[in-house]
Design a protein around this ligand. Structure first.
Ligand SMILES: [Zn+2]
Length: 223
């Protein structure tokens, strides 16, 4: 017991030392994303639920959701970007990574407009309060998947010249797009250009196979 205790305290001291010595923020950052995701779900659920089951107006609720997207998308993108070694100060002017996150955020705002059209239909239907709450919860969970992709894209864009290899199981079916890429080792920059899994642009839409990218140490980089 005593040996184990002193060993574990030695390990934790060593980790602290390394973190300080090499200024490793990755340990902290890897915990930060789950917290961001949780807050995102709570807040967008709140916006939808406020409209569906309380007195919030559609416009106020939609604005609340949109504001959350504008802030959170940027935050988790930057989180990934920094985690893979890039600096937020690069995201200025006509930087293409900044252009990507801005365009992706605008795209999401467009989806939210459509979402509230369907929420309005749900509210005027004969759905019960419980069913409306469940609907808000289901939509919040689904929209959190986009947040995962934005965080992942931030990591990929921050990784730049880090070499990544596509690995993983073919799953139920393997499509041409996955077959062409499987086993290939490219820089993160090149993967961004040729497309990486899971991708909606692939024949399999990223759903039927289980491919992902790893670095040379075997660390997983994509969802
Ligand atoms: Zn595929």
């Amino acid at each position: 017991m005593e040996v184990r205790q002193s060993l574990s305290s030695a390990i934790s001291r060593a980790a602290d030392y390394l973190a300080e010595r090499y200024n490793l923020s990755s340990i902290k950052d890897s915990r930060a994303y789950p917290a961001q995701r949780k807050s995102y779900i709570v807040n967008i659920f709140g916006a939808m639920n406020g409209y569906l089951t309380q007195d919030d107006s559609l416009i106020a609720a939609r604005n609340e959701f949109s504001k959350e997207v504008i802030e959170r998308f940027y935050d988790v993108f930057v989180l990934g970007y920094i985690q893979s070694g890039s600096d937020e100060s690069e995201l200025t002017g006509d930087n293409e990574d900044l252009a990507w996150i801005n365009a992706r955020t605008e795209e999401e705002i467009g989806y939210i407009k459509s979402l509230f059209v369907s929420l309005k239909e749900a509210k005027s239907s004969d759905m019960t309060v419980d069913e409306l709450k469940q609907l808000a919860q289901d939509r919040a969970d689904a929209y959190a998947n986009s947040l995962d992709m934005v965080n992942s894209e931030g990591k990929m864009r921050g990784a730049k010249n880090i070499m990544l290899t596509m690995v993983g199981d073919d799953g139920a079916e393997s499509c041409n797009d996955c077959r062409k890429r499987k086993g290939k080792r490219y820089s993160a920059k090149k993967w961004l250009a040729v497309g990486y899994p899971p991708s909606r642009d692939f024949e399999c839409h990223g759903y039927h196979c289980d491919h992902y990218l790893v670095d040379d140490n075997g660390k997983r980089w994509t969802l």
